[in-house]
Design a protein around this ligand. Structure first.
Ligand code: MG
Ligand code: MG
Length: 637
């Protein structure tokens, strides 16, 4: 199965695009006329450049407004086509895409269109070329792949075939199942694009919002299963029009595209009755059963402050690493590591990003299979020297140059806590009832959000939720939750554009994406809140207005609201579900902890509370800047 991508999908000048496409591992390209016209150099030069990158030109596109025209438009369209055929021959490509007409004079009529295609098929054949006909979702008379196929069938010409495009079929909510009835050898080319489900004008949606398979909401796997059932074995090609991609980095967009195709074809390959597609087998998406650990990189001073905050939340320092300046803090099933090593990865991360989560451990069924799947998806692995007595936990690179380590039971990697840590002998203090990690929130530039969503969903058995707009006083933050099917593992990706938003400020300060908060779960928020208060934890204070609003919004009684207010607890409802949140004050330059309780299957993240929370944080940071609040007080909070 060969992979291809339309040059229009990627930003930059043609040479830059070709380098990125080739480096990402594609076999070929669809060349877009505009690209080609803008490039100074003859078609032969372009062809040579493409070949120099080890790529093949698989399709010349698009040729518009061809079929169903009256004279003299019809003759002109044929002349235009012949000129394009000249260019194709110079380029050394044999397939042209003809998309269904939107010409105001196009007359319609299946047989008229079939006759036009047959006649052009003869001209193409005389030059050893082929033409593929595609139904545009907004075509004047033809806007459905079933009608396009009927035209191709009636054209009855070996040099005339069908081109199917997932966007044009799924974007109009047409079922892809009818594709199964088309002979595979009459499908000349397959174009793929996903898109977020937004109700808007089809043409505008298509030109600006398409994205890579798996990044949007269309069922590209069902589409591709139907295509595979026909016996089609030609190239699969990405044709993505997306404003963000057009201003993004060519190399990473191309890598995302190639990765999305690898994951898609693996999904198709796994489906029942899938025809053999000669694909390398990769391990299935692993289930993540939980967060094994969260590791902070920091220096001695910050480590002390962080330890104080953890202590005030009921964490106990329970272990010390046998070889390294690494301590283990525990409560319930939560393990937090503080790493103050003066060299190695954690230290490099500290120098680049300040005190932050540099490493996350995930518990999976098989750590080795997980890393093998990552390798097949061409995700960068991570290695660092292992000293005597240490286990070699498999790892890969993750968001913002951080690392993901994998721990499992089957290869005994979950013994790491006994093997690498010595128990610390301190008197146990009462904990605060925190039992597990509820979610890990990562902030990033909005431009990187789809990349990281694809990273998580192509590698793991995790599902993304629709993007939610979170209002911050400085602008909009787009938040996407990524969850395991049983919702035991949850992450949120927060995409920021404005530096004036709190998350945007955080991303700018950290020079890149990072974990901005850790949310820890309790089974009894009021009990936890009172223990937190007793152990010196200071929650982020909220204005009285917030509580009047919440009371009115949900019709809560006075006693209940008083208790919320007393402990600075935020509250939300969703159906019969209830959600309670307590925030810590920011630690360092914007990281914070959140403590939550979910009741009756509340599934969200308290987005309705976000404006109040960020406003409160901002107020606090401002007070810090003008010295109203001692920095130490905030840090220890
Ligand atoms: Mg197309
Ligand atoms: Mg949260």
């Amino acid at each position: 199965m060969k992979t291809s991508i339309a040059t229009v999908s990627i930003s930059g000048e043609l040479p830059e695009k070709l380098a990125a496409i080739s480096a990402a591992g594609f076999d070929g390209i669809e060349i877009f006329e505009q690209d080609f016209v803008a490039h100074d150099g003859s078609p032969r030069d372009v062809a040579e450049r493409v070949r120099d990158h080890g790529l093949e030109i698989m399709l010349f596109q698009p040729f518009r407004d061809f079929e169903g025209l009256p004279e003299p438009d019809r003759s002109r369209a044929f002349d235009r086509a012949k000129r394009k055929f000249d260019i194709m021959q110079e380029l050394g490509t044999d397939l042209m895409l003809i998309c269904s007409s939107v010409h105001p004079n196009a007359l319609g009529g299946i047989d008229r269109a079939a006759d036009d295609l047959h006649e052009l098929g003869d001209i193409a054949a005389s030059r050893g070329l082929r033409i593929g006909y595609e139904a545009l979702a907004w075509g004047k008379h033809i806007n459905d792949h079933r009608d396009a196929w009927e035209i191709v069938r009636r054209a009855d010409h070996s040099n005339v075939g069908l081109i199917v495009d997932s966007f044009h079929t799924l974007g109009r909510r047409l079922s892809p199942e009818s594709i199964r009835a088309i002979p595979g050898d009459k499908i000349f080319f397959v174009q793929l694009a996903d898109a977020p489900q937004i109700d808007m004008d089809l043409l505008y949606w298509s030109r600006h919002f398409r994205n890579m398979p798996g990044e949007g909401d269309l069922d590209i796997t069902a589409f591709m299963r139907a295509v595979a059932a026909t016996g089609y074995h030609g190239p699969i090609s990405l044709e993505i029009f997306n404003d963000q991609f057009r201003s993004g980095r060519p190399a990473s967009i191309a890598l995302d595209g190639h990765r999305s195709l690898l994951a898609l074809m693996d999904d198709v390959n796994r489906s029942e009755g899938a025809p053999s597609m000669n694909l390398p087998r990769m391990p299935a998406r692993p289930d993540i059963s939980g967060f094994e650990f969260l590791e902070f990189s920091t220096d001695e001073d910050d480590a002390e402050r962080l330890g104080q905050v953890l202590g005030s939340m009921g964490f106990r320092r329970s272990g010390q690493h046998i070889n390294k300046a690494v301590s283990l803090w525990q409560q319930g099933d939560i393990r937090i590591i503080i790493n103050t090593e003066p060299d190695g990865f954690a230290h490099a991360s500290y120098l680049a990003h300040g005190t932050s989560v540099c490493d996350i451990g995930l518990h999976v069924d098989s750590a080795h299979a997980t890393v093998e799947r990552a390798k097949q998806l061409r995700l960068p692995s991570f290695d660092q020297p292992v000293s005597d007595g240490e286990l070699d936990l498999p790892a890969i690179r993750s968001v913002g140059h951080s690392v993901l380590h994998f721990v499992d039971r089957q290869s005994g990697l979950d013994r790491v806590w006994d093997v690498e840590f010595e128990p610390v002998d301190i008197t146990p203090e009462t904990d605060c009832g925190l039992v597990s990690v509820d979610h890990v929130a990562q902030s990033m530039d909005y431009d990187e959000m789809l990349t990281w969503a694809l990273f998580y969903t192509s590698l793991f058995n995790l599902k993304k939720q629709p993007i939610v707009d979170v209002v911050d006083p400085g602008g909009l933050i787009r938040s996407m939750a990524i969850e395991s099917p049983d919702q035991k593992v949850r992450m949120t990706l927060n995409g920021v554009e404005a530096e004036r938003t709190l998350a945007g400020h955080f991303v700018a300060q950290r020079s890149g994406s990072a974990v901005q908060h850790l949310a820890l779960a309790t089974d009894d928020i009021f009990e936890t809140a009172s223990r937190l208060l007793a152990s010196g934890f200071i929650a982020l204070p909220l204005p009285d207005n917030y509580y009047s609003d919440v009371q009115a919004r949900f019709g809560l009684d006075d006693d209940f609201v008083d208790r919320l207010k007393r402990f600075s607890i935020l509250y939300d409802e969703e159906g019969t579900g209830q959600f309670f949140q307590i925030y810590s004050k920011p630690i360092g330059d914007g990281f914070f902890f959140e403590i939550v309780q979910r009741v009756n299957g509340y599934g969200g993240y308290g987005a309705a509370n976000a404006p109040y929370r960020t406003a409160a944080l901002k107020r606090l940071l401002r007070q810090m800047q003008i010295g109203e609040v001692q920095k130490a007080e905030v840090n220890v909070a």
